[in-house]
Design a protein around this ligand. Structure first.
Ligand code: G1P
Length: 290
């Protein structure tokens, strides 16, 4: 096993049922945060963390994701002919992500099963996993922070944040012992527990670095919460074989898979854009008075 994390797996095969009907004909990962789809920010985080080899796990109905990361020669030439340099720069931003690999999950059998589709691609190398609908914002990318821990410990590590009690049943909740600044050595993780059964208030937030031993654990994972093969259950098996850490991520996280989270993301991004900030602030103040 190499000590460097050079591969990332981005599961983007989910059906997006929380966003129906729009996700009937478009992938939820393509929902726009103003002018870029959610998946753009997820891939960007991996690239900004030094990863060049990215595998996206998709499924039927997700072709728009492949088109987004592909070249668009007609559009590019049209923009060149008309001297639209700003728009060309927007396309170049996507081109810098390089070649992205795609594999399809044949049936929506759960997140664990989607990650298992990456086994051949990752082989005996460690890899990062970035869930396709969480966007992170921090001066150092969240995945880079996990990679730094992996390089020190040689062990798998998952990012967690404190979750309000009423949301504990939306996350994989961890239990562990403090073993460093913002670091826990885990002894348990439970997928979407009832609040009274939750082992702590720290929830996994969709960023992970794993040793390749995760794959054999995934193969031994049976259906769990929601009748799906859960990544969380495979992580619990991994803990029996190897150390697994949780890292308390201090940056911002946006859950665009949730309607309210999606709106908050757009507002936050718009408020950072100086061409929109003042007008949007004025609009928000007016709306709040109503
Ligand atoms: C998934 C994982 C869960 C994790 C969450 C983070 O759940 O199964 O363990 O805490 O992502 O967003 P999902 O949101 O896909 O239901």
């Amino acid at each position: 096993m190499s000590n460097k994390v050079q591969k990332a797996v981005i599961p983007a095969a989910g059906l997006g049922t929380r966003f129906l009907p729009v996700t009937k004909s478009m992938p939820k990962e393509m929902l726009p945060i103003i002018d870029k789809p959610v998946i753009h920010y997820v891939v960007e985080e991996a690239v900004d963390s030094g990863i060049e080899d990215i595998l996206l796990i998709t499924g039927r109905g997700k072709r728009a994701i492949e088109d987004y990361f592909d070249d668009a020669p007609e559009l590019r030439m049209h923009l060149e002919r008309h001297g639209k340099s700003q728009q060309l720069d927007a396309l170049k931003e996507i081109a810098r992500f390089g070649g992205i690999h795609f594999v399809r999950q044949r049936e929506p059998k759960g997140l664990g099963d989607a990650v298992l589709c990456a086994e051949k691609h990752c082989g005996d190398d460690p890899f990062a996993v970035l869930l396709g609908d969480d966007i992170m914002k921090d001066s150092t990318p969240c995945t880079q922070q996990l990679i730094d821990i992996f390089e020190k410990t040689g062990s798998s590590v998952i990012a967690v944040q404190k979750v309000p009690r009423e949301h504990l049943n939306r996350y994989g909740i961890v239990k562990g012992k403090e073993c460093g600044e913002n670091l826990l050595l885990l002894d348990d993780i439970v997928e979407k527990p009832r609040p009274e059964a939750a082992p702590s208030s720290f929830g996994s937030i969709g960023r992970y670095v794993f040793t390749p031993a995760l794959f054999s654990c995934l193969k031994h994972t049976t259906k769990g919460a929601g009748g799906e093969i859960q990544l969380t259950d495979a992580i619990r098996l991994l803990m029996k074989k190897e150390d697994v850490y949780a890292y308390l991520y201090q940056g911002k996280r946006f859950d665009t898979g949730d309607k309210l989270g999606y709106i908050e993301t757009i507002i936050d991004f718009a408020l950072e854009d100086e061409t929109m900030r003042d007008s949007l602030n004025a609009f928000l103040k007016k709306s709040v008075r109503r």
